[in-house]
Ligand binder design. Structure first.
Ligand code: 13P
Ligand code: SF4
Length: 443
């Protein structure tokens, strides 16, 4: 493991001002059910801490006491032993944002899309343990073979962005758009496009209505496909990825409107909706935004941080995830998915300098893997994706030891009907030509 100091150890040793929330130092089981205290369940440290988790979100039952009491060395030894016992029947997938103490066990690492493909490609594995967040495990279950069982080590590992759009809200929006904008016999008022960061139900929604799924690495190609099939696109749930992709395709500003599900007509006039080409859902990743003053991963990145990095290191390359706000993406040199950020920096010449706008565990590992390059996170405060961070080694030990005993804990099951429609939307994306374009420099 090419890491000098894991984020977990850095958090434990950091001053309060150097972490986005003291909650990061809590035990992960503080979020298990029954939830202690009178507080409503929230996403936790590093997320938009005033947003409560939807009632429909899965709840993690209490992890057995013996795992809570274990020393880290014992937990690691048990994970290693269980993994060896399960052999080829098990595949462990690790998203780039997982902590080092988890990623060391991953058979494959990748972005959300690549990991789902890995899951689908390992037909000999009976168990797919997905160290990531809920929507990723659902996508793996959609693409997996019937005999494969997908497991999420901690059910409280959701995604605050994915939770910003639910099926009922999107259906209400869809009906209003059809009513206002009219639908022709063969064509709805808009083509629905959902980001990978969404529930299986929303992927199915798109599959049933001529729509498609996109990821941060192919959003441009997916939108081109969609505009060839309809004059308008309804894009959810990430407003920023939608707008940044609209910018790349030259969609004019006044042809991009935001749909706020809490307001009549999404907060728009009928005229604005008639003139719209891209209707953007009001949702974002709290990891990538400093929003209304609260910490909400990609919303935390700012143009001020970019200006400061350029002042300190003239000529430095700035690369960010497209979930960041428009002005941050515009001020960066490059933007792309986690996998593209990784590949771009890995293939850069020795001595090159990189300021990175994405999650801290991934940036920390990149820096350790490439000591010949200067690599740092744009955000000086340590603020991991709080929900990814809930995949603590104790949960991994628990689910693996249960599998050795023949018990499946924390299985993710997408119903057959949802799976079939969601698969249609995913297959439309997979049928698009070419592999994701490398991150293109704008400056
Ligand atoms: P990737 O698909 O680039 O891995 O992004 C997933 C994500 O949730 C980033 O915040
Ligand atoms: Fe969701 Fe943001 Fe975490 Fe990505 S970083 S999984 S968008 S909360």
């Amino acid at each position: 493991m090419p890491t000098t100091d894991s984020i977990t150890r850095k958090i434990q040793g950091a001053a309060t001002a150097d972490v986005c929330s003291d909650e990061l130092r809590w035990d992960p089981w503080a979020y298990d059910a029954p939830r202690r205290g009178s507080r409503l369940p929230v996403y936790g440290a590093g997320a938009s801490q005033w947003d409560t988790i939807p009632r429909s979100a899965p709840v993690q039952r209490e992890i057995p006491e013996r795992y809570r009491a274990m020393a880290p060395e014992e937990v690691a030894a048990r994970i290693g032993a269980a993994r060896a016992r399960l052999g080829f029947r098990l595949v462990i997938l690790g998203h780039h944002y997982q902590r080092d103490e988890i990623i060391r066990w991953a058979d494959f690492r990748g972005d959300s899309f690549k990991l789902s493909q890995q899951a689908a490609g390992r037909r000999e594995a009976d168990y797919i343990v997905f160290c990531g967040v809920h929507f990723m495990a659902e996508s793996a279950d959609i693409l997996a073979a019937d005999h494969q069982r997908v497991i999420l080590p901690n059910m409280a590992a959701g995604c605050s962005m994915a939770d910003m759009a639910d099926e009922a809200q999107v259906l209400a929006c869809w009906r209003q758009l059809d009513e206002i904008l009219g639908r022709r016999e063969d064509r709805a008022a808009a083509v629905p496009v959902t980001y990978m960061n969404s529930s299986a139900a929303l992927k199915a929604f798109c599959g049933e209505r001529g729509g498609v799924v996109c990821t941060s690495s192919n959003a441009t190609r997916v939108l081109e496909w969609s505009f060839a099939r309809g004059e308008r696109v309804l894009f959810f749930p990430d407003e920023h990825l939608g707008r940044n992709t609209g910018d790349k395709l030259g969609v004019p500003d006044d042809a991009m409107v935001v749909w706020d599900p809490r307001r009549p007509l999404g907060g728009n006039s009928v005229e604005a909706l008639r003139g719209a080409r891209l209707i953007l859902w009001r949702g974002w990743c709290s990891v990538h935004v400093f929003w209304r003053g609260w910490c909400s991963v990609h919303a935390r990145f700012t143009t001020t941080q970019i200006a400061e990095a350029r002042r300190r290191y003239p000529g430095i390359n700035v690369i960010v995830h497209p979930e960041c706000r428009r002005e941050v993406v515009a001020a960066a040199d490059l933007d792309g998915s986690t996998e593209l950020i990784l590949e771009t920096i890995a293939s850069a010449p020795p001595g090159s300098q990189w300021a990175v706008g994405t999650e801290i565990n991934m940036v920390n590992r990149l820096a350790a893997a490439h000591p010949d390059k200067l690599i740092f996170c744009l955000d000086p405060v340590i603020c991991p994706c709080s929900t990814m961070y809930r995949i603590h080694p104790a949960y991994l030990a628990w689910v693996l030891e249960a599998l050795v005993d023949g018990e499946v804990v924390n299985e993710i099951v997408v119903t057959d009907s949802v799976k079939a429609s969601a698969r249609v939307a995913l297959d439309r994306m997979l049928a698009l030509p070419g592999r994701p374009a490398p991150a293109a420099a704008r400056r």
